[in-house]
Design a protein around this ligand. Structure first.
Ligand SMILES: *[C@@H]1O[C@H](CO)[C@@H](O)[C@H](O)[C@H]1NC(C)=O
Length: 314
């Protein structure tokens, strides 16, 4: 016999998301489908290009390929489900599905934090320690750095998700978001959760600010080195090798800091999902664009690959 409880246990949630924009469902569906396909295609292109082209066999492109793999996963845990909800109008998600989505979203997000820090270290070593660069970023070190980023992401995902889903859910089922995002799901926990929130905010702050501090430190040293280069052309050349990374870092950390380093009381169900739209949907498509358009090496590799494939295709 089961113990009777006076609180009903929530077994499924409803992702409210864009349901208020009822007239725009078709438009939103086409928009997200297009962005999703372009994101997967763009990142896949980077993965294939880096794997195929010998000139891109450097630590920087090893990390970029890893980042692109990650971005494919990152959008794939959010956008297809959103598309399904927009198409069917059915917005239910079982509790286990919600936990799984939160786990993968945190896994990819936290891994990206760490991977961007590893990429900043790569730029620091290339610009500030050019002679020791091959030593500082040997193949083994690169594998270790990327492996640690993924391990760290998995730990964060597992820790946060199991923590949130061990809290009691007994009341409303409507998540004010289009995905099972941790801050939005926390809104539904019953009882006083201020201590839990504090723990989550501290963990998020630590996770975001540590890699961010490393990135800032790396760029401090990079800029100091670049400013000592006597010629303007030399300065520009050195800076151009890290400008793509700098743009990606600013976009990613800008939104992550805005969303996570704040107390629950300031969660805003109307504007926050829009901001997460930015880092869940928009940043993954920006990486291939930023790295391909701003980067002469990638453009040259693309040209070579097209020429290689061209005659064979005809
Ligand atoms: C990303 O890094 C991990 C850990 O080093 C490695 O196992 C994986 O093969 C890498 N993926 C790509 C696509 O480079």
């Amino acid at each position: 016999s089961r113990m009777s409880t006076n609180t009903s246990v929530v077994t499924e949630f409803i992702l409210v998301g864009f349901s208020r924009l009822a007239d725009l469902q078709g438009l939103l569906f086409s928009f997200f489908l297009t962005v999703y396909l372009l994101t997967v295609a763009g990142n896949l292109l980077i993965v294939l290009l880096v794997s195929a082209d010998a000139a891109l066999r450097t630590p920087m492109y090893f990390f970029l390929r890893n980042l692109s793999t990650l971005e494919i996963g990152y959008t794939s845990v959010t956008v297809p489900l959103l598309l399904h909800h927009l198409l069917t109008g059915q917005r239910h998600i079982p509790r286990s599905g919600c936990a799984l989505q939160m786990f993968f979203f945190l896994l990819f997000g936290a891994t990206e934090c760490c991977l961007l820090a590893a990429m900043a270290y790569d730029r620091y070593a290339a610009i500030c320690q050019p002679l020791r660069y091959p030593l500082l970023l040997s193949q083994r070190t690169c594998l270790c750095l990327a492996g640690s980023a993924w391990a760290c992401g998995a730990l964060v995902g597992l820790g946060h998700t199991s923590f949130v889903f061990s809290l009691p859910f007994c009341g409303p089922k409507a998540i004010p978001h289009f995905l099972c995002e941790i801050q939005a799901v926390l809104q539904l926990v019953c009882g006083n959760t201020s201590l839990n929130e504090l723990q989550i905010i501290l963990a998020a702050a630590l996770l975001i600010l540590c890699p961010f501090g490393l990135i800032l430190g790396s760029y401090g040293r990079i800029l100091a080195t670049i400013f000592r280069i006597p010629s303007a052309a030399g300065r520009l050349k050195a800076f151009s090798t890290c400008s793509s990374h700098l743009v990606v870092v600013s976009l990613f950390y800008g939104t992550a800091i805005f969303i996570y380093i704040r107390p629950k009381a300031s969660y805003d169900p109307t504007s926050d999902p829009l901001v997460s739209l930015f880092y869940a949907v928009v940043t993954p498509i920006l990486n291939p664009i930023i790295y391909s358009l701003r980067n002469a090496d990638v453009k040259a590799a693309l040209k070579r690959t097209i020429q290689k494939i061209g005659p064979a295709g005809i």
